[in-house]
Design a protein around this ligand. Sequence first.
Ligand code: DC
Length: 670
Amino acid sequence: MNYLDLPRLTCAAGSIQLPGSKSISNRILLLSAVADGVTEIHGLLDSDDTRVMLAALTKLGVDSPVGADDTPLLAKKITGCGGAFPNKSAELFMGNAGTAIRPLTAALAMMNGEYQLSGVPRMHERPIADLVDGLRQIGADIRYLGNDGFPPLSIRPAQIKLDAPIRVRGDVSSQFLTALLMALPLTGQDAIVEMTTELISKPYVEITLNLMARFGVMVKRDGWQRFTISGGQKYRSPGVIHVEGDASSASYFLAAGAIGGGPVRVEGVGKNSIQGDVHFAEALEKMGARIDWGDNWISARAPANGKLKAFDLDLNHIPDAAMTLAVAALFADGPCTLRNIASWRVKETDRIAAMATELRKLGATVEEGADYLRVTPSNNIEGVSPDTGIASSAPTDMVAINTYDDHRMAMCFSLAAFGDVPIRINDPECVAKTFPDYFDAFAQITAPVVAIDGPSASGKGTVAERVAKALGYHYLDSGSLYRLTALSATQAGIDLDDELGVAELAKNLPASFEHSRIYLGAKDVTDAIRTEAIGVGASKVAALPAVRTALLARQRAYRRFPGLVADGRDMGSVVFPAAVAKIFLTASAEARAERRYKQLIQKGMPAKLRALLQDLQERDARDSSRSVAPLKQSEGAVCIDTTQIGIDEAVAAVLASIASQIAASSSKSF
Ligand code: DC
């Protein structure tokens, strides 16, 4: 896919389970690989950068049950090699993963072997000289194979001697210090590292020290100036270790909550996190967002008056999450200044230049310095500033954002869709570096949903499908999931009252929807689920709470860009309570029975009007009186009665109501 179009977004709410932290995952992978013993890693991030690290370790002879390339990495066992990689020579491809190439370079320099490390072209433009200089001071034999100061590198056998402190710079990347600290215990000797400059991104070094301690190696830290590792310490597996959710990835969702109303809650990081990027939430709080913290979650809501405040902040401690603030600045009430972010220039791309270029496309005035960015939002919807009367540069049409093969550019610019124009994200798949499912997750809290609920045979299905087509949205016929459940229970001989048995079936339903046909496994069951008997069965299984719970996640997964029309009984009340538009479509029981009768006769199926009416009334009674998610007009839903109108008129009425509900939601303050 070359691009992804995001519609204009008006609100964000919901909850997201974060993927594992990249910084923690790659550190744990390396430490497990060199430790004594087996480490069972839970919650490992499965992304390009962790696969790069894992592939390199496998090439170095580390024993880990890596399955086929596409097996998920979430829970993984690594058998450590006790300090020395089995393979003494290897050529390693490191992609564009800084968290892999830096620590591996340092570790391999201690291995007395012959190695080559290379990456994608951008990796060959990212500096590594400070690390190489540090390693050469202790006798490592490292050579540049391309340009001096940059990968690719070759490492040769050498005698490592630690008779004097290693002196390194810390003002380009903190990963050089991290790499040295993690590698030095492999020598078994006493080691001291001294900084010759200010150290940037300190919280990342804290992650390093924290994880080294989990693997049994203590580092004495004197301020941020001097680090001492006493000899004779060996990495030992902690047995089982859990990876926290990624705090940098959390920033996009928290910002969405702050801009789009919220609350948006991220699960996987919280007040006990060891990642510095959780402090992003405090920066957001300074913009006026309302933030709540739990041990393992954070949630964000918009300011009470809906308007985010301008900021002027030193963001050296959260360089990655700071990018999210640069885009959030588009929604602030004045000029915003991001200071002390020089490291952006040597990341996946020159992020200061890239950010300035793309923000300008959205009408912002951007001043770019060597280590800062000042973003003045256009703050103007109609194109003419109410204050000055001067036409602004704010765009009026879709804006295409370039992403520079930088996952964070793609992710943070998704937030721009809360502005006045739809956004096209070019090369959206670059998010695979750290968060392959980012846009699906973002859709789960932001993609517009239209909920159409109502009783059986009210014409919902036909109307909803046509409305979805008119809007270009996806369509979910939730009733079919209950019908499929009833059909497969019947086929499997499971009693429809057996709540747990039916729920288990519902959870694993092999259902698929293709071109208006519905399949159970390979079998086309489009017509089989439409019989009256299965309709009655569906109404029965739909009354079972465990069945409804089993189908909940599956229904919510239909929420995708550019939007979703969902029809059923509880779309607006339970499944998508934050739907941007809610419709209750109904008609008198007599009118509905008559419609169903005509349909059946047309299909050449036997039908009796009176029996159909009675059936419908019984089904309405069961659907409305059940204890969970009973059929009723949910709060905020607009009722459209189709007793007297045909399908075309109903579709038009629904579309008009959706338009006015969306307009009302865009102008509301939070
Ligand atoms: O919309 P339908 O007739 O295909 O629905 C079949 C049955 O499933 C109906 O009796 C009610 C139930 N249902 C439900 O309880 N909740 C939904 N969201 C959709 C359908």
